[in-house]
Write a protein that binds this ligand. Structure first.
Ligand code: PRP
Ligand code: URA
Length: 209
């Protein structure tokens, strides 16, 4: 089935985006707000997750109830993806976490892989690939390839700010996955940064510049 693209349009999301885009926002507020956005996005991004019908005994009677039918695995792309994990886990506390370590080659902008570790259950899980920034799309495409190699089939991508170039690349290379973004920006600049964007997300999350 063809994946869908959802760009969030909600007052809370707009408000929180205005905080993280602001160059004067410091590490603490930036980190906390990214996490809050992750939590809000998780609510909507999990809307199509499959459920299984159950029968639950209440103190009064029995109720027809529904539970998410498979384990959930969150896969942040290091480093910046880590910033959204806690927020998503607030809503899905039983989710397991896999990690993909990538950095962009400054010249080619292609991702270089330095780490990968997935939970053993990933093949039969609902996988949420997380990276706040979708610039050229190289990192997300690479991470989704790694997840697909495990045999996992139900994969979504959740990010904060995307560029049209990156969105088009993920749609082209992975037309089967749903894409959820808090905002779709104008373009990339000549250094591969999203315009207007929010700068270097990893540096702002971890205070490395
Ligand atoms: C940033 C960002 C994404 C990637 C997006 O990571 O966190 O992973 O760039 O760019 P792309 O869509 O062009 O691949 P970076 O390489 O700066 O590593 P870091 O998170 O460790 O700082
Ligand atoms: N990575 C970032 O952190 N920011 C961008 O704008 C592009 C890639």
């Amino acid at each position: 089935m063809e994946g869908k693209v959802v760009i969030f349009n909600h007052p809370l999301m707009h408000h929180k985006l205005s905080i993280i885009r602001d160059e004067n926002t410091g590490t603490k507020d930036f980190r906390e707000t990214v996490s809050e956005i992750g939590m809000l996005m998780a609510y909507e991004a999990t809307r199509d997750f499959p459920v299984v019908e159950c029968v639950t005994k209440t103190p009064v009677s029995v109720a027809k109830t529904y539970k998410i039918s498979k384990p959930v695995v969150i896969v942040p792309i290091l480093r910046a993806g880590l910033g959204m994990v806690e927020g998503i886990q607030t809503l899905i506390p039983t989710a397991k976490v896999g990690h993909v370590g990538l950095y962009r080659n400054e010249e080619t902008l292609e991702p270089c892989e330095y780490y990968m570790k997935f939970p053993t259950c990933i093949k039969d899980s609902l996988v949420i690939v997380v990276d706040p920034m979708l610039a050229t799309g190289g990192s997300v495409c690479h991470a989704v390839n790694l997840v697909k190699k495990t045999g996992a089939k139900e994969i979504i991508y959740v990010g904060l700010v995307g560029a049209p170039e990156g969105l088009a690349r993920v749609q082209r290379e992975h037309p089967d996955i749903n894409i959820y973004l808090a905002a779709l920006d104008e373009k990339l600049n000549d250094k591969g940064y999203i315009v207007p964007g929010l700068g270097d997300c990893g540096d702002r999350l971890f205070g490395t510049k």
